[in-house]
Design a protein around this ligand. Structure first.
Ligand SMILES: *Cc1c(COP(=O)(O)O)cnc(C)c1O
Length: 376
């Protein structure tokens, strides 16, 4: 797709400056492969930045969720609890494993999984004869979920947690980094995320054994032997040494990117002050969001978010509706769901504004001016 000049994108890649040095080094040393020093460096540096003990770099966040389910022994017939208000990649790997997703609605304070509906769902699944095998929790748009409440429930029912922190690198909850709470944590470095490897992901854990098992599975599950010996089904899910080089450059500027994204959010919030119908999601005490995307919801129906989106598009500004809840997606609609209409209402009333870390003040002003025009 060709774009007119001056287009303002939703969340484009933003290089820090040193990425090419790492990529050049990989070429010089002929490490054009899914092994090499950039991979090891990237994993080590990611552990430092995300404050986790162990990490394996993978080809995508989706691959990381898939391996996480395999590590937790999720298989055919098992049920896996999952946030409904999220991107489809949070739940697709449940179906890869021929397990059944059980979707849970949001609460309105963070837009993430509601502890109340989670417990209701667990109790009902147990009554129906099966305790869910795992729980996939998402920190949507970078806002940490209510971890104390959610983890207390998960522990009480002894259900292991996969933390989908694909959108939340750099976020924290009560000073503890997102990605560190579950048995397994997942990050994405897709092109639209807060930092990118062009495409990539990582699985992290405080448990070394789990991460080593993931590394083994991600590299075709080769048993130790001079020939290729396999006693398990493997996957080709490793990140390349070239992509990891991009990631090392990006990790150098992670804190800067978080700061820039948070400044976008503050700018919008201030610029739209006084517009009563526009609501911006606040950080509850103890929640620190990387503000990956700046979003708002509209309180009355005089203007629809779609009307704003269409107007912005005529001005060459990209915006996007909030995630459509998975329990409403044609492909997932027949799976169990516990909730009311919290995520559905958010989907109908909200919009994501341009949120790139490279936005200039004049870009932000252009967005604000055009949004205000729709309100007349
Ligand atoms: C992006 C994303 C994923 C998937 O990551 P990929 O690297 O694109 O495969 C999973 N979950 C959420 C919430 C995401 O935003």
């Amino acid at each position: 797709m060709k774009h007119r000049p001056n287009r303002i994108f939703l969340s484009p890649p933003h290089m820090g400056g040193h990425e090419l040095n790492y990529v050049h080094k990989a070429f010089e040393d002929n490490f054009v492969a899914p092994v090499g020093p950039n991979i090891e460096g990237f994993e080590r540096e990611l552990c430092e930045k995300a404050d986790v003990l162990h990490a394996v770099a993978l080809s995508s966040g989706t691959a990381a969720i898939h391996l996480a389910l395999i590590l937790l022994d999720v298989g055919p017939g098992d049920e896996v609890l999952c946030s409904s208000f999220t991107f489809s990649a949070s739940a697709n790997p449940i179906v890869y494993q021929r397990a059944t997703p059980v979707f849970i609605d949001s609460e309105s304070e963070t837009w993430n999984m509601s502890p109340e509906f989670l417990e209701l769902g667990i109790q009902e699944r147990i009554r129906k004869g099966k305790k869910p095998k795992a729980l996939i929790l998402v920190h949507l748009y970078g806002m940490p979920a209510k971890m104390d409440e959610l983890l207390e429930i998960a522990r009480r029912y002894e259900i292991p947690v996969i933390e989908d922190a694909a959108e939340a690198l750099g976020s924290s909850y009560k000073k503890r980094r997102a990605g560190k709470f579950g048995e397994v944590g997942v990050f994405s470095f897709n092109g639209n995320k807060i930092i990118t490897t062009s495409g990539g992901g990582a699985l992290v854990s405080e448990n070394k054994e789990l991460v080593e098992k993931a590394r083994f599975l991600a590299m075709q599950a080769k048993d130790p032997a001079p020939h290729y010996e396999h006693s398990q089904i493997g996957y080709n899910y490793r990140l390349s040494n070239i992509s990891a080089g991009i990631g090392r450059g990006q990790l150098e500027v992670l804190e800067k990117r978080v700061k820039q994204r948070r400044e976008n959010f503050s700018f919008y919030q201030e610029a739209f002050q006084g517009m009563e119908e526009m609501q911006f999601l606040q950080e509850p005490a103890g929640h620190f969001s990387n503000r990956w995307l700046s979003t708002f919801t509209l309180q009355n129906n005089s203007v629809s978010p779609e009307k704003i989106r269409l107007h912005l598009e005529t001005c060459n500004i990209e915006s996007r509706p909030l995630w459509k809840p998975l329990h409403l997606q044609p492909v997932f609609k027949d799976y169990p769901y516990y909730g009311e209409r919290v995520s559905e209402h958010l989907f109908q009333s909200g919009l994501c504004l341009p949120s790139g870390s490279d936005l200039q003040e004049e870009d932000l002003q252009r967005v604000v001016k055009e949004v205000k025009k729709v309100f007349g």
